[in-house]
Design a protein around this ligand. Structure first.
Ligand code: KIV
Ligand code: NA
Length: 255
């Protein structure tokens, strides 16, 4: 079985084969998802909420990211391992490069950065230094502000135009894919038609070249907050609770 590369992901645009991506935070899950032949595993900064209990992704440190990237890297997956550049590291080129190198040393094979035109210089520098970059536009959790305002992006003409411009700009700089988060479905479809690299959607409708979900949402492991577009395939929270209750009964009954 051959290793998935950023170019493999980029080339899905030509084959029309849809990309099913998931987030991952630990070693056993990385092994399992790799056995399921998920081709792209993102160590996303959503780990701040779903595994570390932070309120939002702005609290995630580079060390938090490195800890989880190392765990995932130990699984030696066939999948491409992408890591988020966390908040505080992605608005200055030299810092973003330092951060990306640390993520690579930890085992990442590509990085993802939130932003459009405003991260142009950074994306250029990273790519020139051999870092594979994935874009992320539309809803950008690191820049939502407090309290976070979750909403659809690209509804009004001005925002729609900016999103399309940002997507074209990033794809021309050489990112190998772009995450489209919470875009109006028609806008996501238009971006997908216009750019030469795959779009990976989350809450952006069915016309993207691929989809990504937070693993914990897929399996119902973070039931306290469930985005509207997610249809959990499992109720892990309930299964774990039932197992713990059964175990407690067993212990208490002296068996
Ligand atoms: O951190 C994350 O989970 C992401 C996604 C695109 C789902 O950035
Ligand atoms: Na993220």
């Amino acid at each position: 079985s051959i290793k998935i590369t950023p170019d493999w992901v980029r080339n899905r645009k030509n084959t029309g084969e849809k990309i099913a991506a998931l987030t991952v935070v630990d070693y056993p899950t990385a092994k399992i998802l790799d056995e399921a032949q998920i081709p792209l595993l993102l160590v996303g900064d959503s780990l701040g909420m779903v595994t570390l209990g932070y309120e939002d992704t702005t609290k995630v440190s580079l060390n938090d990211m490195l800890h989880h990237v190392r765990a995932v890297a130990r699984a030696n997956v066939k999948a491409l391992v992408v890591a988020d550049i966390p908040f505080g590291w992605n608005r200055e080129a030299e810092k973003a490069l330092y951060c990306s190198r640390k993520l690579y040393e930890a085992g990442a094979e590509a990085v993802k950065i939130e932003g459009g035109k405003e991260v142009g210089q950074i994306v250029k520098l990273l790519i020139s230094q051999g870092i594979a970059v994935m874009g992320h536009i539309g809803l950008m959790p690191q820049f939502l502000g407090q309290p976070p305002k979750y909403r659809k992006y690209g509804i009004d003409e001005k925002e729609k135009k900016q999103i399309i411009d940002d997507a074209l700009f990033l794809s021309r700089l050489g990112v190998f894919a772009i995450v489209l988060e919470a875009l109006d479905e028609a806008v996501a479809a238009e971006v997908t038609r216009l750019i030469e690299v795959p779009t990976i959607g989350i809450g952006s409708g069915k016309y993207c070249d691929g989809q990504i979900l937070v693993f914990h949402d897929l399996v119902g492991l973070f039931p306290w907050f469930r985005p509207k577009f997610v249809q959990p395939k499992l109720n892990m929270a309930l299964l774990i609770k039932e197992a713990a209750i059964a175990y407690k009964k067993e212990v208490q009954s002296g068996l």
